[in-house]
Design a protein around this ligand. Structure first.
Ligand code: ADP
Length: 373
């Protein structure tokens, strides 16, 4: 019988699950926030994912519920699970991707390497942490942050007063300012029966808090670091009982330590390269994992893969024309579009390129992406 996967959220991650679903004979349905979103080809319901009745009605017609984002409230997810709905990742796992303080506490219990951190409830507590860590630190709102929003470097505890006010009575997260050499990302697929498949660790480059470029596998990385990254990923996936795709964002320090920055429990921007550069794309793998089907090989299909995000320009910009120009100029590049209107800074697509060397892959991807600059 055809399996039905319900995806909550109509963004580009849901959109990119559609092609592998079709190939696998899986029926994919999307609960979108608004009509006509990026995943509109599979839109089957429109409504508020915070509303239990809306989500319950959507879940009734599918075999498994999964996500395009991590914002569905715990109460809604727990109610579904109590009613016998298969939810992957489940609410217990998802809480660690929803709240960075909850994540830090749990990773500490697991003994996973991470930056020094504390939960602070007042300016005085924050100042004490600053004094202990060279006078500068990173403060983060525990919930609701994305693309660098909700992250701030401070040198004086008063710089977080607005967040103490907004999160009155709660703690906010403070972390040591890590002097990292570069950022890496480790993905792991895990299915409910426990099978896991780590992908090769990749290098990610952020601009203005947004992922800009990904190099896969991480150039120049030592064999030992590759193993350690995979071990960290599988330890977290198993320890947190993650089902589906897990992304672990890592800092690589100058002395080659790997520290966990944060987690995502869904396909992730750092894994878009897998669409054209791995035997099994992260989107197919996510569907396999949440359906508890055997996982595919995460092996790369080329020596080097480069992914570059395309951000929107001024409103009204004709993206389609630029896409055609990029395709014509760089036929080796794979241009992916999200069917979204252009807005400055908005993720509207990405380019993947594979080659024998990372320099060549980056050249092709950058040449194609330049048409959108
Ligand atoms: P978001 O949830 O918005 O993606 P992150 O926690 O991933 O936020 O932080 C965004 C970026 O801020 C990171 O990619 C990294 O460049 C920087 N950053 C975050 N935490 C630290 C830290 N402890 N030390 C140094 N840089 C950090």
């Amino acid at each position: 019988m055809t399996k039905r996967v319900g995806v909550i959220g109509g963004g580009q991650l849901a959109r990119m699950m559609i092609a592998p679903a079709v190939e696998m004979g899986v029926e994919i349905r999307v609960l979108a926030e608004q009509p006509g979103m990026s995943a509109r080809l599979a839109e089957s319901a429109v409504g508020d994912y915070r509303d239990l009745e809306t989500v319950r009605a959507f879940a009734r017609d599918v075999d498994v519920v999964t996500f395009d984002h991590e914002h569905v409230p715990q109460e809604v997810l727990r109610a579904l699970v109590d009613e016998g709905v298969a939810v992957h990742p489940g609410p217990h796992a998802l809480q660690f991707a929803q709240d960075k303080l909850v994540m830090r506490r749990r990773l500490a219990e697991l003994g996973v390497p991470q930056p020094d951190w504390a939960g602070v409830a007042s300016r005085a507590e924050l100042q004490a942490f600053l004094d202990d860590h060279g006078g500068r630190a990173v403060v983060k709102t525990p919930r609701g942050g994305y693309d660098g929003k909700g992250v701030r470097v401070v040198a004086d505890a008063a710089e977080a007063d607005d967040w103490f006010a907004a999160f009155a009575g709660e703690r906010i997260l403070v972390e040591e300012l890590v002097d990292f050499r570069r950022e890496l990302a480790q993905q792991v697929a895990r299915r409910p029966s426990g099978e896991m498949r780590p992908y090769p660790v990749v290098e990610t480059v952020q601009k203005d808090g947004v992922c800009a470029e990904v190099f896969a596998p991480a150039p120049g990385i030592g064999e030992r670091a590759v193993e350690v990254a995979a071990e960290i990923g599988t330890q977290i996936a198993a320890g947190l009982n993650v089902t589906g795709m897990l992304a672990v964002e890592l800092f690589e320090t100058a002395d080659e330590r790997l520290l966990v920055n944060e987690l995502a429990m869904r396909p992730h921007n750092s894994g878009h390269w897998t669409q054209d550069g791995a035997v099994t794309s992260q989107f197919e793998q996510h569907l396999r994992a949440v359906l508890d089907l055997p996982l595919g090989s995460p092996d790369p299909r080329a020596d080097a893969v480069c992914m570059i995000n395309i951000l929107g320009g001024p409103a009204g910009q004709d993206i389609d024309e630029r896409f055609a120009d990029a395709m014509a100029d760089q036929p080796e590049a794979k241009v992916h579009t999200y069917g979204k209107a252009s807005r400055p800074g908005r993720k509207v697509g990405h380019v993947n390129a594979t080659a024998d060397s990372i320099e060549e892959a980056a050249y092709i991807a950058r040449a194609a992406a330049a048409f959108f600059a």
